[in-house]
Every structure is written in structure tokens, then in C-alpha cells.
Write a protein that binds this ligand. Structure first.
Ligand SMILES: [Zn+2]
Length: 365
């Protein structure tokens, strides 16, 4: 069966270009996703790569542009399906979200719950419906999936390992979840950048991260999927783009889509504290202040290490916040001005939670 997506049809040994209809506008015209399909000369896995679901995150777009070349296709076994701009409205307006849906677009993929009929509430938005259709396309053809993001300025480049959940009592579901999670671990290692798991299960559902592109694809479609965070938003550093591209080439070598050994990841910091980690927002300031970060992204920290100095507007030191965890600094939010309770640092801390677990008991109610 020939793989097609929107107007793009795979052709053996070729790169084909086309569009996928996303959202029709009330004034006519439409937001369409740019689609690239690169099909090798021999059959093999189908690797989906997407970017730009958050309109300020641009590195992934360049990674896709530079990744897909005629030289790549001549070596390729299998097919790459790439969408470099998942959220055209957000990208046009330089906003994380699309102006026609208030929700974070990376929380709009299906979660497997039956639709609720409440006539006083709006039905799923046009964008949520469109991503639901796109999910079905991914499910139909993908062997593995990468979604490319940027977390915040000066961040290290890393991958988030989603947790994979299954329904209580569903033995086949548990086995599938474990299989997918294991593949995700292998794929993350093949990518070669820093690895950290996402929040713990409760917080993960709380933040609706189970509706992120990769979580939805891994959990509902059983396809190994990873979210790559390629450093900072807006104009990317060339080293970041090159490292992202090298990582994806390594994933394709791991998947048997390209020959040869993995290439070293250079030009970026890769951190391995020697234990599995998950993310946690820390260094919550205790009063309104201006912070001075004492450790940079990529820096290893131990319990008790000073993380952040809180100063008043004149520069007088108000206090120092220390780490409650062993781990490393992933990133610092944009800006240095904080109100009480706000977290001024994102840490990767020791992960003592399973990567595969049951959905909360009331999840499907
Ligand atoms: Zn993002």
C-alpha cells in the first residue's frame, strides 16, 4: 500500500512534497501543514518527525529541513514522514498557541476517553479535531515518532521519556506498554542527547501531558515516541540544529533505516548523572526578588548545593535557595524577575517512579 498524507504520496527513492489540510478559515482559505515524505529504495520502518507545534520553537523546523536530502534518501531503508510546522497559526504569530484554540496545542492529542456530551460546553475545537485526524494518520503508518520542541533559553538539549500507562487489569495492555517503553528507552539512548523522564504519573495527568503528541502516540497507538527539547526558542544555534540532526540520524541507524555506526554527538553538553531522572520545577522563591542563578543548565548538583541567590531590586542579597535533590539543571525559565512561589529552575532529579504504570482509577469515568 502506498503511503500518502494529504496531497503527498511516497515514491520509491524520492523526496515528495505536499500539504495536509488542517483548519479551514471562516474568511476562506486554510491552514495547511507542509508535508515531506522521503522514501528509500528498499522497504523498512516508517519514521515520523514533526516540529513547530509551539509557535516560538523553531530549531526543529531547521533540523527537518537539513535532515532530508537526496543523499540521505539514497542510503535509506524505509520512509521518513516529516511535518516541520504542526501549528501554522502559532508560527505565523510567534505564539505558543494557535489563536483559534486557547489550549496548549501539545495537550490536544487524543487521550482515549469517550467524548463527553455537555451541551453547555463547547465541543472539541477545530484544532483538536484536526490533531485527532492527524493522530489516526500517525497510528496508521508510523513505526516510531519524534516530536521536536525547544524548552527555554540556554537549556541543554535533551529528550523527555514519557511514562506509558495502561488500564488496570488489562494484561495485554500492560505487556504492550512495557514493550513500547523499552523501545523508547533504546531510542532515547540511540539519539544520544541527555535523557530525563517527564513528571511523576499524578502530575503528568494533572498537566495533561498524556495528551501531548508523543504520549498520545505511545500510549494509545503503541508506537515508540519521544519528545526532543532542542535548547532555546526562536532563532536556534547552529550547534543545536546539527546535534539534533545527528541524533535523528542515529535513531534511524538504530531502527535499521541507515547503515553504519552511530555518530558522536558534538557541540552540545550531554549530561548523565549515573541514575535515571525526572523533571521537577525547583528553587521556588520565598519573596518578590530578582534571581541570580548560581548553576547553569547542564551543571550537576547535590543536595545542599546553592542554586539561586534572591536579591532585591538594588542588588542586596535576600537569601539563597539550596537544592533538595541530587541531579542536574535542565534549564531556567526566561527572565530573572520572580514573585513568591514561582520556580526559578528546572532540575532533573532522581526518578524513583516506574516508567510504566496504571492509569489513575477514575481516569476513564
Ligand atoms: Zn514545545
Amino acid at each position: 500500500m502506498t503511503l500518502t498524507l494529504g496531497t503527498t504520496q511516497a515514491e520509491r527513492g524520492k523526496i515528495t512534497y505536499g500539504e495536509y489540510d488542517l483548519v479551514r478559515h471562516p474568511v476562506g482559505g486554510m491552514d495547511r501543514l507542509p508535508v515531506i515524505i522521503a522514501r528509500g529504495n528498499s522497504d523498512g520502518p516508517v519514521f515520523w518527525v514533526t516540529a513547530g507545534i509551539h509557535g516560538i520553537e523553531h530549531a526543529g523546523i531547521q533540523v527537518i529541513h537539513r535532515l532530508i536530502t537526496p543523499e540521505l534518501v539514497s542510503d535509506l531503508r524505509g520512509t521518513i514522514v516529516a511535518i516541520p510546522a504542526l501549528n501554522p497559526a502559532g508560527l505565523r504569530t510567534l505564539e505558543r498557541r494557535a489563536y483559534y484554540d486557547d489550549t496548549d496545542p501539545n495537550r490536544l492529542f487524543p487521550d482515549g476517553r469517550p467524548p463527553k456530551t455537555d451541551l453547555d460546553k463547547a465541543p472539541p475545537s477545530v484544532l483538536e479535531q484536526a490533531y485527532g485526524r492527524l493522530f489516526e494518520e500517525i497510528k496508521k503508518s508510523a513505526s516510531c515518532f519524534f516530536d521536536l520542541h525547544c524548552i527555554s533559553i540556554n537549556s541543554i538539549s535533551f529528550v523527555f521519556r514519557d511514562r506509558v500507562l495502561y488500564r488496570k487489569g488489562d494484561e495485554a495492555g500492560r505487556l504492550r506498554a512495557e514493550g513500547v517503553s523499552k523501545k523508547m528507552e533504546e531510542m532515547a539512548k540511540a539519539y544520544g542527547h541527555t535523557i530525563t523522564a517527564d513528571f511523576s504519573v499524578g502530575k503528568y495527568i494533572d498537566e495533561k501531558l498524556h495528551r501531548a503528541t508523543t504520549a498520545s502516540v505511545a500510549m494509545l497507538a503503541g508506537i515508540p515516541a519521544l519528545t526532543a527539547e532542542l535548547s532555546g526558542s526562536y532563532t536556534p544555534m547552529l550547534a543545536t540544529v546539527n546535534a539534533g540532526m545527528a541524533g535523528l540520524l542515529n535513531v534511524m541507524r538504530w531502527a535499521g533505516m541507515l547503515p553504519g555506526d552511530p555518530e558522536p554527538i558534538t557541540g552540545i553538553k550531554v549530561v548523565d548523572p549515573g541514575f535515571p531522572t525526572r523533571r521537577r520545577s525547583v528553587a521556588r522563591v520565598t519573596e518578590a526578588c530578582i534571581v541570580h542563578h548560581l548553576v547553569e543548565p547542564g551543571g550537576l548538583v547535590k543536595i545542599g548545593d546553592p542554586l539561586v541567590e534572591m536579591r532585591d531590586a538594588w542588588g542586596r542579597v535576600l537569601g539563597v535557595l539550596h537544592s533538595e535533590y541530587d541531579g542536574f539543571v535542565i534549564s531556567c525559565p526566561s527572565g530573572i524577575l520572580y514573585y513568591p512561589g514561582e520556580a526559578s529552575m528546572l532540575l532533573a532529579i532522581r526518578d524513583d517512579e516506574p516508567l510504566v504504570g496504571e492509569y489513575p482509577a477514575d481516569f476513564f469515568d
